[in-house]
Design a protein around this ligand. Sequence first.
Ligand code: PMP
Ligand code: GLU
Length: 397
Amino acid sequence: MENLSDRLNRLSPSATLAMSQRSSELKAQGVDVINLSVGEPDFNTPDHIKEAAKKAIDDNYSKYSPVPGYPALKNAIVAKLKNENGLDYAPSQILCSNGAKQSVCNTIMAIINAGDEVIIPAPYWVSYPQMVKLADGEPVIVEATIEQDFKITPEQLEAAITPKTRALILCSPSNPTGSVYSLEELEALKDVLLRHERVIVIADEIYEHINYVGSHASMASFPDIKDRVVIINGVSKAYAMTGWRIGFIAAPEWIVKGCNKLQGQYTSGPCSVSQKAAEAAYTGSQECVEQMRQAFERRKNLIVRLAKEIPGFEVREPKGAFYLFPKCSFYFGKKDGDRTINNSTDFAMYLLEVGHVATVGGDAFGSPECFRMSYATSDENIIEAMRRIKDTVARLK
Ligand code: PMP
Ligand code: GLU
């Protein structure tokens, strides 16, 4: 009997990874597809980080590491939090995992009981509601419209909180919108949360360094709520290290201990060689981070300009991350021959199959009127992709 568990049957596959897979399949068939679907830096990992990994292999970092990560990596993260964010954490408050994805999932698994509600502002990163469902929790989606720059207000947060609310997942800079909460905006949300002691904030800061408006603001910087904040971060985006799989949480010790217990039964400590590479990323020169940030900013300016030239798109200028999330609902109900575009998933499939540009429909991000493009690719790819999209949507009548 090929019956998967109810738990898995409730789960949707990752739309970002599915679209990327579809794009790779078409490429393998010889179709010239431009992939703007998956969000990962197109840069190679900087040389000094790769050298540290090679050395780690030669130095025989080939055994199990402690479950929460090597002390040297945790110390490097503690120093990063102090120097870059002005935050004080002890090494016992850090736990490293197989990418920030596992860090988010560990945290949810560690604190959510069946029926607990987790507030997730939409548009959201595709995996959050699925992870909550995996933990038998209830995602409570709070819609942040394009008009409000895709950010929730304190009033919306207050209205969404119930006695069952256990967590809020806040992603800034945001995947998929690129919106960034200012310190003042975070403070206003924090003031609401202070009235609800049971609510933990899962602050996903994985795009911290890809910021076009200046310094990064963290919910953990408010002393009166810090003991309820779990920072999610890692090396994937800032150091172009998506394949190395190192993320971390910085959190109250009781949550770290819980995640440690879970991880100890589930995956053990993350890859030993990757940990040494991540340590080099945090302790080495940070010049590479700024160089990549500047490239992303230039590409952001390029894609925003080109997207604004496409009739029917509503475009908000992103303030961080490397995604553009235009509204495309103007095209819903329109046809190309006998093909009708009914929703954003249809729209993304149409762009892929007819325009040969892979994007992701907004449905998977809880925002069915929009679609997502990752501009972590070359200027040439961006220019060609936007030309193709413009020509393709012009066929829709
Ligand atoms: N959070 C967000 C918002 C992301 O976009 C990603 C990238 N997939 C992650 C977490 C997970 O990152 P990692 O590759 O380190 O698992
Ligand atoms: N963060 C990336 C994205 O959203 C990676 C894919 C994933 O992990 O879902 O496209």
